[in-house]
Design a protein around this ligand. Structure first.
Ligand code: PRP
Length: 213
């Protein structure tokens, strides 16, 4: 045991942004710059060792307590979050969930059978249930914008960042559902048993956020 807390980082853009945040707070993030094939990276000055993982796995590791801390998008939390503390909105990875259709289509008009494609079936189901709409949900693994283009679905529920993917595929937003950004999450037991170390890391993240402001 290293005695360090373990931080699960979502690979890709959230990892890069977290690295920048911790560097601004004074931590040495150089091990993450040359990761090679190593999967665990102690970060001097941050009190943590980082592991890189896919977003849903970040939540699994934190829920099971093998990682006390995690950085993951609110989109993944809304889709599969169960039990952990969400302690800090890190601000980066900002985008939104939206309902989109082919330009000019009237999704809410009429009473016919409607289908929506999405990578986020739970988010979509909650959204439509909240509106009292009976919509068939079709799970897609990526490039969801194809579904209305190919005629598989009448609409999509997906993440929109710049809007370019919608635009370039002849789609438009009908309604924004909710904003999304990266969150710092904490294992429930660790929040009690390792409170002081967890609070130190939260403070470090706050320092990094303030350094940017
Ligand atoms: C995400 C999302 C949209 C796109 C939105 O896809 O699902 O397709 O980015 O970004 P924009 O509004 O800036 O165009 P991602 O790049 O993760 O790929 P995927 O669809 O294959 O999952």
């Amino acid at each position: 045991m290293s005695g360090l807390l373990r931080l699960a980082l979502t690979k890709g853009r959230l990892e890069a942004e977290t690295r920048a945040l911790l560097a601004r707070a004074g931590a040495d993030v150089s091990p993450l710059l040359t990761p090679g094939r190593r999967l665990v990276h102690p970060l001097p000055g941050a009190g943590v060792e980082a592991v890189l993982a896919k977003a849903p796995d970040v939540i699994t590791y934190v829920e099971h307590g093998v990682c006390e801390l995690g950085v993951v998008g609110k989109d993944t939390i809304l889709e599969q979050g169960r039990s952990f503390y969400e302690v800090l909105d890190l601000g980066f990875g900002a985008c939104r969930f939206a309902l989109a259709v082919k330009r000019g289509d009237d999704f809410f008009g009429g009473y016919g059978h409607r289908r929506a494609a999405t990578k986020y079936p739970r988010v979509a189901a909650n959204y439509f249930a909240g509106k009292g709409l009976d919509v068939e949900i079709i799970k897609i693994e990526g490039s969801v914008e194809l579904a209305p283009v190919l005629g598989l679905a009448d609409a999509i529920v997906d993440i929109v960042e710049t809007g370019a993917t919608l635009r370039e595929n002849g789609l438009e937003t009908v309604e924004d559902i909710c904003p999304v950004s990266a969150r710092l999450i904490v294992n429930v037991a660790a929040m009690k048993m390792k409170r002081s170390a967890v609070q130190d890391f939260i403070a470090l993240c706050r320092k990094g956020l303030e350094a940017k402001a």
